[in-house]
Design a protein around this ligand. Structure first.
Ligand code: F6P
Length: 450
C-alpha cells in the first residue's frame, strides 16, 4: 500500500517526545483496518516534525503491518504537498479554481512542481526497495500520480494499480495546467496495470481527459469503498461515545437535530449549509426554536491560506445564524471544531437529518457511515455531486449543493417526513450501504492488478 499520509501520525508532547495522534486523513483511517494483520508493507510519508522524530526512533508500527516511512526535506515536502497536491490538483479535481485569480503558474509553482516530481521519485525508490519480485503495489491518490510510471521503468516486474479517492476533473479544467504537466500526470498514473475510481462518473472523466490530452488510458475499474458496520458499532458502543451521546441528548432535549460532519474544506460547502439553515428559519417560522444544527467541522490543511480564510468564513456564517435567530434558551447552530471522533460518531447515532452537501466529492464516507449507526430513523440529505449519491440515490433526499434555496427546501422536506417514511428510508439506506462489504474494495484492487 502506498499513500502520502500513513495509518499512524504523531504529535509532540510537552516534553517534545512523539506520541501517536491517530491519522487525520479519512482515507488512511478507512484503509488501515482492511490491511491489519495482512503483513502488507505500507509506504507513506513522514509529514511533520513529530512523524520524522517517531520514524527516527523506530516508533512507526501498526498491528500486522510493516510501515516504511519516506523521509523528505520539510521545505520541499511542503512545496509538493501544499502547492501542487492540495492547492493545484485537489482544487482542479474538485473544480474549485477561482480562475480570475488562481492558480498562478509562476516560477514558485514550477519549483513546487520539481519538488512534487522529486517526492514521487522518493516514493518509487522506497517501493522498489521493499517490494518483493512480482509484488502488487496499490498507489493511492493525486499526491503520487507519477509513481506508477516511475515503477514501470525501475521495476517492470511489479503489478501496480492507481486508485483515485477524489473526483476526476473534466477535460476543460485539466487544460488549465501548464505546459506538458497534464500529459505527464495522466501518463504517470496510466503506466501501471489499471486505474480505479469510486464511480463511473470519475472514470469517464479520466478517460475524457486522456482522450483530450492524447494519452493512452490505462485499463479502468470502478469500486466504491464502504465502511465496516461491525467496527463502527463497536466504536459507537465505547464509553466515550456513549457519554458524548448523553451530552448531546441533554443539549437537544425535544429539539430535532440537523447534523453535519466534515473537515473544514472548501469542497464540503459548509457555508451554503448555514445559509440554507438561515433561509429555512426565515421561510418556516414553525421550525424556529425546534431545530438545532450541530456541525462537527474539524480543521485540515492549516498551512494553506485558502483553508484558514474558509475556516474564518465558516465560523462567521455559523455565528450569524445564531445572532439572527438565537434566543435566550435556543442556540440554533453548535459549531464544534474539536476533532473528536467519539462526539462525531455519537452525533451520527442521533441525527434526524444528516446534511452532506459537498460541491464535488470522490465518495463521502460520512454519507455511508451515518445510516449504519443511526438509531433514530434519520434522513440523509445528500448532494448529487458526491460519489456516494450513485449508490444511495433511491433512499436519500437529493440536493443541488450550489442552490441555497433548494438546500433549505430539502432540509424542510426531510424534517417533515412522517415516521413511517423515515423508517422506510432509513432501512433502505442501511440495505444499500450493506450491499458492498468492507473487503470488496481491496479485492477489486487486487483483481485489477492481475
Ligand atoms: O478522505 C480522503 C481524502 O480526501 C483523500 O482523497 C486524500 O488522500 C486524503 O483525504 C488527503 O487528506 P490529507 O491532506 O489530510 O492527507
Amino acid at each position: 500500500m502506498v499513500s502520502n499520509r500513513g495509518p499512524v501520525s504523531f504529535t509532540l508532547d510537552d516534553a517534545g517526545h512523539p506520541v501517536p495522534a491517530g491519522s487525520a486523513g479519512g482515507l488512511a483511517a478507512a484503509l488501515a483496518p482492511l490491511l491489519a494483520g495482512s503483513g502488507a508493507v505500507w509506504v507513506a510519508c513522514a509529514m511533520s516534525e513529530a512523524d520524522r522524530a517517531a520514524a527516527a526512533l523506530g516508533l512507526v508500527a501498526e498491528d500486522g503491518l510493516e510501515l516504511r516511512t519516506v523521509q523528505c526535506d520539510p521545505q520541499a515536502y511542503s512545496m509538493a504537498y501544499d502547492v501542487v497536491s492540495n492547492s493545484t490538483l485537489w482544487f482542479m479535481h474538485h473544480h474549485l479554481f477561482d480562475l480570475s485569480r488562481r492558480p498562478r503558474f509562476d516560477e514558485h509553482w514550477h519549483r513546487a512542481w520539481a519538488a512534487y516530481e522529486e517526492l514521487n521519485s522518493h516514493f518509487a525508490e522506497a517501493v522498489s526497495e521493499v517490494a518483493a519480485e512480482g509484488a502488487t503495489v496499490l498507489v493511492q491518490d493525486y499526491h503520487l500520480y507519477l509513481v506508477p510510471g516511475l515503477l514501470a521503468e525501475q521495476r517492470p516486474d511489479l503489478r501496480t494499480v492507481h486508485f483515485s479517492h477524489t473526483p476526476f476533473a473534466d477535460p476543460g479544467i485539466l487544460r488549465v495546467l501548464p505546459g506538458d504537466v497534464a500529459r505527464q500526470l495522466l501518463a504517470g498514473m496510466s503506466a501501471g496495470r489499471s486505474c480505479g475510481f469510486h464511480t463511473d462518473r470519475w472514470e469517464r472523466a479520466y478517460r475524457a481527459c486522456c482522450a483530450d490530452a492524447g494519452v493512452e488510458p490505462a485499463r479502468t475499474f470502478v469500486s466504491a469503498l464502504t465502511p465496516d458496520p461491525e467496527l463502527l458499532h463497536r466504536r459507537a458502543a465505547e464509553p466515550a461515545c456513549a457519554a458524548a451521546r448523553r451530552r448531546l441528548d441533554d443539549l437537544l432535549g425535544e429539539r430535532r437535530l440537523v447534523l453535519r460532519v466534515d473537515r473544514i474544506e472548501p469542497s464540503k460547502n459548509l457555508l451554503r449549509g448555514f445559509w440554507a439553515l438561515d433561509e429555512l428559519f426565515e421561510s418556516r417560522p414553525d421550525l424556529r426554536g425546534e431545530v438545532v444544527m450541530v456541525a462537527h467541522a474539524y480543521n485540515s490543511r492549516q498551512s494553506l491560506a485558502d483553508y484558514l480564510a474558509y475556516g474564518n468564513e465558516v465560523e462567521h456564517a455559523a455565528a450569524r445564524v445564531n445572532e439572527i435567530w438565537g434566543t435566550g434558551d435556543w442556540e440554533p447552530v453548535v459549531l464544534d471544531v474539536a476533532d473528536d471522533t467519539a462526539s462525531s460518531l455519537a452525533a451520527l447515532t442521533r441525527y434526524d437529518v444528516l446534511l452532506v452537501n459537498p460541491l464535488r466529492d470522490g465518495l463521502n464516507l460520512v454519507a455511508k457511515e451515518g445510516p449504519l449507526v443511526n438509531d433514530t430513523d434519520g434522513v440523509v440529505a445528500l448532494s448529487r455531486e458526491a460519489g456516494a449519491y450513485e449508490e444511495l440515490r433511491q433512499a436519500v433526499v437529493a440536493l443541488n449543493p450550489f442552490d441555497v434555496s433548494a438546500t433549505a427546501a430539502a432540509l424542510g422536506f426531510a424534517l417533515d417526513l412522517d415516521p413511517a417514511e423515515r423508517s422506510r428510508r432509513a432501512e433502505a439506506l442501511r440495505e444499500l450501504v450493506r450491499r458492498r462489504k468492507p473487503g470488496d474494495w481491496l479485492s477489486d484492487l487486487l483483481a485489477a492488478a492481475g
